[in-house]
Ligand binder design. Structure first.
Ligand code: AMP
Ligand code: ZN
Length: 456
């Protein structure tokens, strides 16, 4: 059997992966809070753990892997969105969940085995909170239930920080009812306008962290193999999950995996920084899901990655060649062992793509098709977009020369011409982005070659 090695955040080294039960390999990944379209950064863990899911299915058999990814459909951001828009909470969460699954499907992500919604598991959360109180790890205060962080000695072990360091660095919420500022919420009271459930502590709703501990327990058991998410979740979310579960006597996850962040101009892409665009934005601009996925796979998951239009253009050109090559295969082949081997080395997808370049250059069409399939880049045939011609060399040359002309016009302070070119590109459906390294462009689905010609 293929040996898989994975970098375990908890031990800070690469380890040989040995599942607790090779008949049922179990993985949990923190999923989205459903109040808005997923931004491109949110898609990174989805693609990373989809590759791991596919690899595990190949190695242990598709029927022997259970993958759980939750849907957070109770959260204050959702309540705020409902207030803002006057829509009902369930309308918002249902619509957003649908969008999420559509968008991730476009990126070639398989559906996880289970996608539990938090609101369907409130009973399990209440039971776990009661257990934590009875064991002395949680306390009720003014309708809230809080986890007593100092009662769990190993708190902070995952990120390798002491509680006091964490307090210094974190934005902990100080509240009069907390015994200690580090204590975090397991349950909080709801007013009449906020979703709530009856509980021994009055009508209220769960905190975010207890959700994952309770659902992982219900669907995967007291201990399971892999827990994943972005490294922004390491602290406090994953520390809190560990504290809650271990204090219930559950061994919880054995291997912790974290993807690095997707960045824009060197900063994490995030809603709060306002530097985000959604997966749907890119799809609407005519960038195919396979191209987005390819760009993700070209960086190792433990390295930060930058999204650039240039990477997308290169990926598209490569995929066009590969699809043409692979569709010429006359028989079916097994996935090349070398590809499985590099993926089994802590998901070295970058090396996997290099291996695929090798297959393509040697004309191994059937092996290339099998490789595309394993990488989630092949859905039973050549995608429609790859059948259509891409921008011809003439079009590319014309755009580049007009961009050069615009640059010279700006230098010469001929703003009339520079602006006319800018407007002309927009009219013709050429999306131009000015970056510190010069202008980048791509064609939108509305590209009109005649209008481009008219700009000459
Ligand atoms: P959230 O909805 O913010 O809780 O995030 C959902 C998932 O997306 C989590 O696993 C996050 O770690 C991950 N995530 C959020 N922002 C980024 C980013 N810029 N790059 C990579 N992963 C991210
Ligand atoms: Zn979680």
């Amino acid at each position: 059997m293929t040996e898989i090695t994975l970098y375990n955040t908890a031990t800070r080294r690469k380890e040989l992966f040995q599942p607790l039960d090779s008949e049922n390999v179990r993985m949990y990944v923190c999923g989205p809070t459903v109040y808005d379209r997923a931004h491109l950064g949110n898609a990174r863990p989805v693609v990373v753990f989809d590759i791991l899911f596919r690899l595990l299915r190949v190695v242990y058999g598709a029927e022997h892997v259970t993958y759980v990814r939750n849907i957070t459909d109770v959260e204050d951001k959702i309540n705020a969105r409902a207030l803002e828009t006057g829509r009902s909470i369930s309308d918002i969460t249902e619509e957003t969940t649908g969008w999420y699954l559509d968008d991730m499907g476009e990126l070639g992500a398989l559906d996880p085995t289970h996608m539990p919604r938090a609101t369907s598991w409130i009973g399990a959360m209440v039971a776990m909170i009661e257990g934590l109180i009875s064991r002395g790890h949680a306390y009720e205060a003014e309708g809230h239930v809080l986890f007593r962080v100092r009662s769990y000695e190993e708190y902070g072990a995952l990120s390798g920080r002491s509680v006091d360091d964490m307090i210094a660095g974190a934005r902990v919420e100080v509240a009069p009812y907390k015994e200690d500022p580090m204590d975090f919420v397991l349950w909080k009271p709801s007013d009449a306008d906020t979703p709530g459930w009856d509980s021994p502590w009055g009508r209220g709703r769960p905190g975010w962290h207890i959700e994952c501990s309770a659902m992982a327990h219900e669907l995967l058991g007291e201990t399971f193999d892999i827990h994943g998410g972005g490294n922004d979740l390491q602290f406090p979310h994953h520390e809190n999950e560990i504290a809650q579960s271990r204090c219930m006597g559950h061994a919880f996850a054995r291997v912790w995996m974290h993807n690095e962040m997707l960045q824009v101009e060197g900063k994490k892409m995030s809603k709060s920084l306002g530097n985000f665009f959604t997966v749907r934005d890119l799809l609407d601009q005519g960038i195919p899901g396979e191209v987005i996925r390819f760009v993700f796979l070209s960086s190792h998951y433990r390295k930060p990655m930058d999204w650039t239009a240039e990477k997308a253009r290169d990926a598209e050109a490569t995929l066009r060649k590969w699809y043409k090559n692979a569709s010429e295969a006359s028989e079916k082949a097994d996935v090349p062992g070398k590809l499985i081997e590099v993926l089994a080395d802590d998901l070295n997808t970058h090396e996997g793509l290099t291996e695929m370049h090798r297959l393509a250059s040697k004309g191994q069409a059937a092996e290339l098709a099998a490789a595309l399939d394993l990488m989630g880049l092949w859905r039973g045939g050549m995608p429609g977009w790859a059948r259509e011609a891409g921008p011809s060399e003439d079009v590319a040359n014309l755009i580049n020369s007009l961009l050069e002309e615009r640059k010279l016009a700006r230098i010469a302070k001929d703003f009339a011409r520079a602006d006319a070119l800018r407007d002309g590109f927009a009219d013709a459906g050429v999306i131009v982005k000015d970056t510190p390294d010069g202008a980048e462009w791509e064609l939108s689905p509305a590209f009109d070659p005649e209008r481009l010609e008219a700009l000459k």
